[in-house]
Design a protein around this ligand. Structure first.
Ligand SMILES: CC(C)(COP(=O)(O)OP(=O)(O)OC[C@H]1O[C@@H](n2cnc3c(N)ncnc32)[C@H](O)[C@@H]1OP(=O)(O)O)[C@@H](O)C(=O)NCCC(=O)NCCS
Length: 191
């Protein structure tokens, strides 16, 4: 934190401006209505989990999804992911929906030539965690990646920290490769 109360952390700065935007725009694009909408069922209770293409009609709803404050260092805000995707032809992204409600976001880096299939961003909104959506969405991503040329593994990387996603990924069968991507542990799921 600098003396004037700002921060040098670009993600925190992006998050602060995102929260300001959210507070200013919520009433005008239906977020207030979202808050009173019925909570989707958990997967155990039969929720239908889908990956949907993001359109101009739901991009704001996906940008509003957020992890808990203590998880912010594990994944970039979705608006940042959309911005990065503009400049990365390998980016492939989908909204994660449960019973028709947007609950999360996934972005892959797809390199069919290498081939390399990398789960670049993955999040479930804090309000909807622990309901089986993350596991179900990874299942759908795996199904999709298996249809791609010479897909033998799905890669991911995580920040090794208390409360981080490592137990989630290990529980799904991801195994560290021994490599690091910056500060992140690289892991693979054999397909
Ligand atoms: C990690 C994350 C995607 C999990 O999504 P979720 O919908 O809450 O996960 P699920 O409810 O499908 O849980 C699946 C299993 O993982 C376990 N699990 C999930 N998060 C966990 C955690 N942080 N620690 C330990 N176990 C965890 C669940 O207990 C469950 O286990 P079970 O099947 O044995 O009951 C979500 O917590 C999240 O968005 N975290 C913040 C962002 C993040 O870290 N993204 C990953 C970037 S690499």
């Amino acid at each position: 934190m600098t003396e004037d109360g700002t921060t040098d952390d670009p993600w925190a700065a992006a998050d602060a401006s995102w929260r300001a935007w959210q507070a200013m725009t919520a009433p005008e694009d239906g977020a207030a209505a979202d808050a009173s909408a019925a909570t989707p069922r958990s997967v155990a209770d039969g929720a239908v989990v889908e990956l949907r293409e993001v359109s101009k009609d739901d991009v704001r709803a996906i940008c509003r999804l957020a992890v808990a404050p203590g998880q912010m260092s594990f994944v970039a805000p979705n608006a940042i992911s959309f911005a990065e995707a503009l400049f990365e032809p390998k980016a492939w992204y989908r909204g994660i929906y449960a019973d028709g409600t947007p609950v999360g976001f996934a972005m892959l880096s797809i390199d069919r030539d290498a081939p390399e299939y990398y789960l670049w961003r993955f999040m479930i909104d804090a309000r909807y965690q622990g309901r089986g959506y993350g596991r179900a969405a990874i299942g759908l991503i795996v199904e999709f990646v298996r249809t791609l040329p010479n897909a033998h593994e799905l890669l991911v990387s995580w920040v090794p920290a208390d409360g981080g996603p490592e137990p989630f990924y290990r529980g799904l069968g991801f195994v560290p490769t021994g490599e690091m991507d910056g500060i992140e542990v690289v892991a693979r799921l054999a397909l």
